[in-house]
Design a binder for this molecule. Structure first.
Ligand SMILES: Cc1cc2nc3c(=O)[nH]c(=O)nc-3n(C[C@H](O)[C@H](O)[C@H](O)COP(=O)(O)O)c2cc1C
Length: 354
């Protein structure tokens, strides 16, 4: 099945526009999630059924420690199918207070021999109200965790001032808390593709955002999606602020802005056209996971993400100190059975309870 997919289907899919392919996958995945026979078919092909590898983190039990990272299921349409592809949960979003068209195309570019995507989506999503409505109407999949990531609406008005940006985050956060939807919330401060840049990844401005968010009652664990190009001094300052505000964990991390980290930088445009996912994120994120674990011990839950392309890559993230892992690009550049293979490897390495 894997060979057939990689030799026959994937080369055809890679000839099509990447954003169209992504949209098509979401339509098919949402459709398949609605019907039990289709869910059973996907499950028969791709669902992990080995030893118990469930893990409880911040009071939330994950059936498998492998999650879909933010940005693939922006609008929460795939919540009924992904469990059957061995994901223990997903991070929906990033969602914003207002609906947002995102940037002008091309919003997604494949760099195949670099095992990377250039992501220029610019937080394209239907907005938090639509997401809450959709999640209310959709039956919950048992043993499948839903995190929800929030970001600042990517429009010129909202990005005009720091105050407007803070109020925008706070509105989305408040609405989610009030709705009770989702199992954990992530504050994404590190999207490299929006008008205003990563305002709140600035250690001087991040405390202002957190002080405002602290005014809402937090009923779920809160995580911060961290930048991976920040120098350690700045990164540690962000962690100190997160610590001060009782944030449970950090997701390390977001896209890589440095095109020189590609194996073949000549494949990328000269001008910055979005952050890089996949392989160019792997070492940077592992290093930051390691340093965070070393410097802060068990203070933070760490979700490791960036460049997991093989089961061994996922093990490297766990060895570096991650409690859970997230991924997107490996599934696209690899094959849809990769998550199951990661779970099997995890059971082999970490035992699992049979
Ligand atoms: C198409 C796409 C869209 C993304 N959008 C978001 C987003 O909205 N919010 C976010 O926090 N990260 C976003 N990311 C970053 C991913 O969540 C992840 O941090 C990054 O891709 C590295 O993981 P990977 O190498 O497994 O893809 C996006 C990534 C991709 C590929």
């Amino acid at each position: 099945m894997k060979t057939l997919y990689r030799r026959v289907l994937q080369p055809v899919l890679f000839k099509c526009n990447p954003e169209t392919m992504h949209d098509l996958f979401v339509v098919i995945g949402e459709f398949a999630g609605k019907y039990a026979p289709l869910r059973a078919l996907v499950s028969a092909l791709y669902e992990y059924r080995g030893k118990d590898i469930s893990k409880t983190v911040d009071g939330i039990t994950y059936r498998t420690p492998v999650l879909l990272s933010a940005g693939f299921d922006n609008n929460g349409r795939l919540t009924r199918i992904l469990r059957h592809m061995s994901f223990g949960g997903e991070e929906i979003g990033s969602v914003t207070a207002r609906p947002c068209e995102g940037n002008l195309p091309p919003r997604l570019t494949r760099l195949i021999r670099n095992k990377s995507l250039i992501v220029y989506k610019g937080l394209r999503n239907d907005g938090v109200d639509a997401l809450i409505g959709r999640l209310r109407r959709t039956p919950r999949t048992p043993s499948y965790v839903l995190g929800i990531s929030i970001a600042r609406t990517n429009t010129k008005e909202v990005n005009a001032t720091v105050e407007a940006g803070i109020e925008d985050y706070a509105e989305a956060f408040r609405k989610l808390n009030e709705s009770g939807m989702g199992d954990y919330y992530t504050v994404n401060i590190s999207c490299p593709n929006s008008f205003g840049g990563e305002t709140f990844a600035d250690p001087k401005l991040f405390p202002r955002l957190m002080a405002e968010l602290a005014k809402s009652e937090w009923l779920k664990p809160v995580y911060i999606k961290m930048p991976i190009n920040a120098p350690w001094e700045d990164f540690a300052k962000l962690l100190d602020t997160a610590d001060k505000h009782g944030v449970e964990g950090v997701i390390i991390g977001n896209l890589n802005k440095n095109y020189a980290d590609l194996d073949h930088p000549e494949d990328a445009p000269k001008e910055f056209r979005g952050g890089l996912s996949g392989k160019p994120c792997f070492k940077l994120s592992n290093e930051l996971i390691r340093r965070t674990r070393l410097a802060y011990g068990k203070r933070f839950t760490i979700i490791g993400v960036g460049g997991i392309l093989t089961p061994e890559d996922a093990m490297e993230k766990f060895r570096a100190g991650a409690d859970l892992v997230q991924m997107i690009t490996g599934m696209i550049m690899g094959h849809p059975g990769l998550m199951k293979e990661i779970c099997e490897k995890y059971a082999e390495v970490y035992g699992g309870r049979s």
